[in-house]
Design a protein around this ligand. Sequence first.
Ligand code: G6P
Length: 499
Amino acid sequence: MSTTPDPADHPDPTDGRRVILVSNRGPVQYGREGGERITTRGAGGLVTALSGLGRQLQDGVWVCSAMSDEDVVVARESPGGQYPPELGDDRLRVRLVALDPDAQDAFYTVIANPLLWFIQHHLYDLNTAPNITRRETDAFESGYAAVNRHFAEIVADEVDAAGGEAIVMVHDYHFYLLPAEVRRRCPGVVLHHFVHIPWPDPDSWRVLPPAVRNALFCGLLGNDVVGFHTERYARNFLLGCQELLGLPVDLSAMEVVVDGRVVRARWYPISIDPALFEAMAESPAVLDQERELAARRRDHLLLRVDRTDPSKNIVRGFLAYDLLLQDHPQLAERITFLALLQPSRQDVAEYAAYVERIRATVDEVNGKYGTGTWRPVELHLEDNLDLVLAAYKQFDVLMVNAMFDGMNLVAKESIVVNRRNGVLALSENTGAHEELGAFAVTLHPFDLQQQADALYEALTMPPEERRDRRNACVNVVRQNDVAKWLQVQLADISRAAEA
Ligand code: G6P
């Protein structure tokens, strides 16, 4: 955890100031159904984690991208934002920002995903990719930098309207340039940035031209505090400041000095609201799904739940399962690998190709081992939260074999609601492994045989050991819940404001 005092020392950390949240994906998304406007609450850890914040604030605004066509209509109708009733919160205004479609495309599908995402998750095979061409450098300027500037202007307007003082909380890799721009315009603000994905070693950034990587680091250094999930990512960030920008860094205080200002690097492992997941897991729709799943389940249920993102290592997971079935033929007909995968970023070529590789690999494994009565892998490519929750309750082993993953909330959500003393099989390269690794079976994401052996160990573990391990995991998640994640950050913000 971050080296901060008890948050109880700071009962009102925002001090009545306006809090401006900035993220690409916002808490609600609008659509149209049968001629009517419909609203869906945003999914994902970031939205869940921050939605509790509104209740603690006197004056909050969440600035985010208009993603759907209907979002754009809403953005035009209410440029100053609105209070979506779905949030159940009349103090958190949501301000959707409609972007020029070309700029948005360059920002999202060329720079943020894949370039930054791939670098930060070590996904490039550097022998073949990326080729940085004028397409990328232009997209950086006309897309990424332009969108960051546009958002910075809106944030600055919100700060001015609040009298020049505010707390700005920026989220993720879409907005690395924004903090320096806001600081230049509004010197009175406190700026805090949370990076939800891994921060790699300094050399990984050398894939980018010096002007681009320096701009990203300098943009982030506009913050007072830069937060990560783990101490390792925070240290990597400071080492990057030292090696790439030549700045003086103090690794024991976890600080860097830039233009006479101190920027702190901190770590706050993101988490979930356990009570919320427990309640959702009892909804009638989930119970229906669970009954259906329980009726057709075999002796062993191996589960994975992921976005179809290459970083999640889904294909290698199926290859490891192939080895498991090959090494242990007695598992035939007695196990199902249920893969609940949500299609993600299908407008990015690498992501569309990845879904095809997933389908092909599943067909191969099912073709090799399947029988008239048994499908070894059951693949669902859809977003079905009720089924996910039902499967969380029913799994015997949950596979998370991500190559690199900032945290991985699936591990935390699933273990809390599981009813079968399920075992986590957890990649050592996830942020969650720092908290839960001692009670999980560790997976080495590139070692297929190790993964197959570890899955077998998890599937055949004695019942008492399964129970003890699960209880230990649940205790960790309950203690480090999302409320704590937020409180510790607000305490750091409060200290930064006093400094
Ligand atoms: C990760 C990122 C988030 C992002 C989410 C879904 O969790 O850290 O910033 O919103 O993936 O990705 P998408 O591109 O669909 O917003």
